[in-house]
Design a binder for this molecule. Sequence first.
Ligand code: XMP
Length: 502
Amino acid sequence: MDKIGVFDFGGQYCHLIARRIRDLGVYAEIIYEPSQEYKGFILSGGPGNISEEEAPQLPEEFFNEVEVPVLGICYGHQMIAQTFGGKVERGREREYGKKTAILENSSSLFKGLNKEEQVWMSHYDQVTILPDDFDVIGSTDICGIAAYQNIHKNIFGVQFHPEVIHTINGTKILKNFLDIIGCKREWKLSQWVEKKIHELQTEIGSNRVIMAVSGGVDSTVAAALLTKAKINAHFIHVDTGLMRLNESEEVAKIFEDLGTENLHIVDAKKRFFKRLEDISDPELKRKIIGNLFIDIFEEESDRLDNFDFLGQGTIYPDRIESAQPSKHASVIKTHHNVGGLPERMKLKLIEPLNELYKDEVRKIGEMLGLPKRYIDRHPFPGPALAIRILGIVTEERVDILRKADAIVTQIIENNGIYDSLWQVFPALIPVKSVGVMGDKRTYEYILTIRAVESVDAMTADWARLDYDVLEEISTKIINKVNGVNRVLYDITSKPPGTIEYE
Ligand code: XMP
C-alpha cells in the first residue's frame, strides 16, 4: 500500500494533515525519521523558530536521498527554503487567521483552484529569499512568498495550512499533491476490517485474550472486533463508582447485544472511594485511580486464569503521544490508559485499533453494528468524574456531579447540538456560596459547565451555547440536584485552559 510520512515538528495540526490524507484514500502516518517506505513526505508546521539552534531540521541529504515529492507546510515550508540556502526572517507583522492568497494555478499543486483563494495563516517568520531553482507560486499582502515549488526536485512549500477547513480548497491542494506523487488510493476501512479480522485470527489463534472495557468507544470497538473474529476473549469492566449514570448497565447491554458471555463486571466502588479519601492533588488522583485499576484487573485475570494476550483499545494518537511525550511538548497531564498494564502482566499486547484515528474507529464501530448513539458519544477520561471534582472526591460529590452530568447531556441532546460539540459536561467546584430558594437561605456547591468545540482535543474553543440552552441547564440542575445552588459557564479555550479541570 502507498504510504505518506508526515514529519511531526510539534505543530498542532500535524495529526489533522495525516487524517486529511487518509480521507483522500491514502494511508498516512506521523514520523520522526525518514524511511524509504514512503511514497512522499509532508513536513508539518511547528512552534519552533527556524533560526534557533535547537529548532528541528532535516539535513539537505534528506532531500537528495529520498527522491520522492515533499510538501512543506508552515514551519516545514520555512525549513525547506532555509535548508536549500534561502532566507527566513521575522515578518513585519504576525499573520493570523483567514487571508486571501494569490495563487499561480498553472502549478500542479494548485490545479483546479482559483487565482484568489481564502487560506488559513498562523505565522510570524516568513521566507524572504528563495533558493536557486525555486519559484514563487503564491503570495498574500503580508507574505510575498506564501507558496513555492521546485519542479525539478518535486518540492513544494506553503506558508498557510491546507489541512485546516478555513483554507477553503485546502483538500484540493493535498489531493493535487497525492496526484503529483501518483499515489494509489488504497486505504479503505471496510477492507481494513476484513484484513484485521484475518490478522487477529492468525496471530491469536486459540489463545486466550483478556481486556479491560471502560464503556468508551475505543475499548468497545476493539472488543467488538475481537468478538467478530471469534477470538476467545474475556472482558473486564471495573465499576469504580466514578462512572456516569447507568454506565455499567449500558456496558452490560452492549456486550449482551454483541453476543459475548465473557463480560465480567467488578464492583469496586468501595475500594476506589477508600483510596481516594482525602486526596486532592490532581496527579495523585490520576495515579491512585490508575494503579488501583491495574490491581483489580490483575486480580480478575488471576481469578479467570491463564491468559496469553492482553487486549487494549489504544488508538493511533495515543500511541504517538505516549511514545513522544517530551519531544516537543511538556507533559501536562498523566493519561493513564496507555502503558502500565503490559509491563506488569507479562502478556503479549494486542492493540487492534492502533493505526486508526478516532473518526475511523467510530466508522468501524458502525460497520460492526454497534449502536450509533453509543459510538458517537463524547470522549470521557479514564479517571472519570474524579477529575471533574476539583479537590477531594467523596461519594456525595460524585453523586451530585453524576446527576448533573446526566441532565446536561440530556438537554444538549434534546436541543440537537450534541454532535456539534467535542465535549460538554459539568464539573464541581467544592466551594459553597449563598443563595435563596423558597424564601430560605441556601449554602451549597457551585457547578461549572464546560462545552468545547474541537477537532482533535489538542486545541479547543469554548462553545457559544445559546442562552436559552444555558438557562435550561442551570434551572434544571438547581431544581433537581440537591447540593448545588449556582451554575457557571466556562469561557476558557484550550490553550490556555485544558478541557478537563484536573
Ligand atoms: P485535556 O484535559 O488534556 O484533555 O485538554 C484532552 C482530551 O483528553 C481527554 N482526557 C483523557 N482521556 N484518559 C483519557 O482517556 C485520561 O486520563 C484523560 N484525561 C483527559 C479529555 O476528556 C479530552 O477529550
